[in-house]
Design a protein around this ligand. Structure first.
Ligand code: ZN
Length: 384
């Protein structure tokens, strides 16, 4: 190709100008085919950003980089074509995302090669899609990209950590979505007890209300994912939390088993089991689990990564807890005690506080009290 430099004119210059304007590197002006001083400056800025030789001249490397920069993920269908490999910033963003999720797409280089295809197929297989190696709208949705603009940064799981570190230790101002499991005519686990029926939906909505009240008292903004008469899908619950811009989502459930001896407490956070995990979600699940175990003496059924829709589609750390088994006599008796449900709500609140303290707290698990949490929030006396 012919080199373009200051003083040149014509349609190729107009094309370079339009590309730099679209990126915001060059101020938009009337359509012009002239390579002027402003354009030369913009070319230098672009070259510097991309690690190219900063000479203000558009040669083959700069021209290729300008073409690649036009694409952002979601603009077109991406696939492996051995005859003409696709290149672009969208391919780069896809590779970064796959690497972040634990799929080895090789070095992120913006070229859709065979290894990128293999990594994409593995991802699709793990997430229950047809492993066709093509990245279209459905795959993007599963990658968590739909509906947000990707600008080439490192989104997703790493962003959660940055956000947590910026959030500060205070609970006040944090927005929490509390998601009581089931709802409406969906009652979840149900067991006849003492002539009436106890349902999971009743118990978890009661715990949700106790938690909501305490969070409000601590200056947090607690939102319920749905009203008592609806049972949204997991995707809808996740969508609610995303739209609300929540800092954390907490999903409350009680388990059931055909075996009456099954009992105990389990917590779940996003993870695929192949190394990709929400580290903040895992930390929060661990805090909730340990606080609950220490205060309730329930059996430890572990903290587990799961690729469930609710955990996968939420853009903030999300934890699901299964608070005992309704089908177990001991767990059910505890759950039917309002005092126990208060302890559950306080354990979860203290766990959220610990998350924001980033391990700076000095209190052993199970000893941080509700009154102390309030006291640590600005100017609030203990014992309120
Ligand atoms: Zn449930």
């Amino acid at each position: 190709m012919q080199l373009l430099r200051r003083g040149d004119a014509g349609p190729p210059v107009a094309e370079v100008r339009a590309a730099l304007e679209a990126m915001g590197v060059l101020e938009a002006s009337a359509p012009s085919g002239l390579f002027d001083d402003a354009l030369e400056h913009a070319v230098r800025v672009f070259q510097q950003q991309r690690g190219l030789i900063t000479d203000g001249v558009v040669g083959p490397a700069t021209y290729r980089a300008l073409r690649d920069a036009r694409w952002s993920l979601g603009d077109r269908m991406l696939r492996f074509d051995p005859a003409a490999q696709m290149t672009g910033d969208d391919v780069f963003a896809l590779q970064e995302r796959l690497l972040e999720l634990g799929y080895d797409s090789g070095r992120a280089d913006g070229v859709f090669g065979r290894q990128t295809e293999q990594a994409l197929r593995s991802f699709q297989r793990d997430y229950g899609m047809t492993p066709d190696g093509m990245c279209g709208p459905r795959t993007l949705r599963h990658l968590g990209y739909l509906g947000r603009k990707v600008t080439g940064g490192r989104p997703g799981l790493l962003r959660e950590q940055e956000r947590l570190h910026r959030a500060g230790p205070r609970l006040s101002g944090k927005r929490i979505v509390i998601d009581p499991g089931h709802g409406g005519s969906e009652r979840g686990a149900a067991v006849g007890a003492g002539g009436s029926t106890v349902t999971e939906a009743d118990l978890v909505s009661d715990i949700a209300r106790r938690l909501e009240g305490r969070m409000a008292a601590a200056g947090m903004e607690a939102l319920l994912s749905h009203g008592p008469h609806d049972c949204p899908s997991d995707a809808e619950r996740a969508g609610f939390a995303n739209t609300a811009g929540a800092d954390v989502l907490l999903s409350l459930h009680v388990d059931a088993s055909p075996s009456p001896s099954a009992n105990g407490l389990a917590a779940f956070h996003f993870g695929t089991g192949n190394g990709a995990t929400s580290t903040v979600g895992e930390a929060l699940a661990g805090f909730i689990h340990r606080e609950l175990l220490a205060r309730t003496r329930m059996l430890d059924c572990g903290v587990h990564p799961r690729p469930w829709e609710l955990l996968r589609l939420t853009r903030m750390p999300a934890v699901r807890v299964e608070i005992g088994y309704l089908t177990n006599d001991g767990d059910r008796t505890a759950l039917l005690d309002p005092g126990f449900r208060d302890v559950v709500a306080e354990s979860i609140l203290v766990a959220v506080k610990r998350l924001y303290l980033l391990g700076q707290d000095d209190k052993p698990t199970g000893t941080f009290t509700w009154a102390e949490v309030l006291q640590r929030e600005e100017g609030r006396p203990a014992g309120v």
